[in-house]
Design a protein around this ligand. Sequence first.
Ligand SMILES: *Cc1c(COP(=O)(O)O)cnc(C)c1O
Length: 355
Amino acid sequence: MKYEFPVTRTHEPKEKPDPDTLGFGTVFTDHMFLMNYDSAAGWYDGRVVPYSSISLDPAAAVFHYAQEMFEGLKAYRTKNGDIQLFRPDMNAKRTNVTNERLCIPQIDEELYVEAIKTLVNIDRDWVPDRKDTSLYIRPFIFATEAFLGVRPANQYLFAIILSPVGAYYKGGLAPTKIFVEDEYTRSTKGGTGEAKVGGNYAASLKSQEKAHAKGYTQVLWLDGAERKYVEEIGTSNAFFVIDGEVLTAPLEGTILPGITRNSVLALLKDWGVPVREERFTIDDVFRAQEAGKLSEVFASGTATVISPVGGMLWKNKEIQINGGEIGTLSRKLYDTITGIQSGEAEDKFHWTVKI
Ligand SMILES: *Cc1c(COP(=O)(O)O)cnc(C)c1O
């Protein structure tokens, strides 16, 4: 192996949570991965250590100007007990795209995947085995240098933490209600919309609160310039089935290039379903619904995989999609992707990586 990392094991292993009542992102495993960067030394001292708090100087740059990025992926336990990742090379690539935008130094992608594998292997007993459960993996990088000037930092920490997570939909896959945000925006061309940076999410909380207060689960984002074109749903990519054709926003710098999105497109093309990655407006969507041509809406992302949408509110107009029921394509995509991840369906694209 090209990369090997020293491991310091914990002397106080924690009690594992009940796999039947797991939530999302509240329980963390026994170990974490850390690696430092210094502009003189480059990335150095990659290591696995007991999970613990981190001490930082109050002047650490991340606290002031938010030079921070993150990723999200999962490890799955298959029926025969193997543990596998889903397309981790894509997270490594996307990390470097985000890093480039935030002036964070590039990381060797092989090292990145090896660090994930090493950590998950150490905490492999934490990968839950119930249906639709997994071990969520959160790599993140932030500026640690103590200074208050606005410039790229000279020191960073790359960390990976792990969290066992439950089925997102407790009672099985269920349609959500979406609030179309026409006041605040998340992204404009030339901004940071296509980068997975913490600041984007801080700026989105206000809209999420608005949606929740109105009784909606998620926000649908429109483009930042005209508030007209459909972009994303919350922290997921958005798909619309209109007249038998699947529409999704193109990767032109304002939306996050989801790995689930990429997988959905590959599957649809493989199944011969017509897809278009093109700009379309929220008005197109509502008019298609009026004309009886909007058959399904769904969101895609690592946390939920596929999340069917049952209703949408835009200005004062509320529409129901597919009678509030899960669409056939949404169901098929969910079953296929989760099947590949859990090792139950054939992985013809070679997306999974065993640990
Ligand atoms: C992470 C994320 C997605 C989904 O990406 P996946 O790689 O599929 O998990 C979509 N939109 C936003 C804004 C995101 O942060």
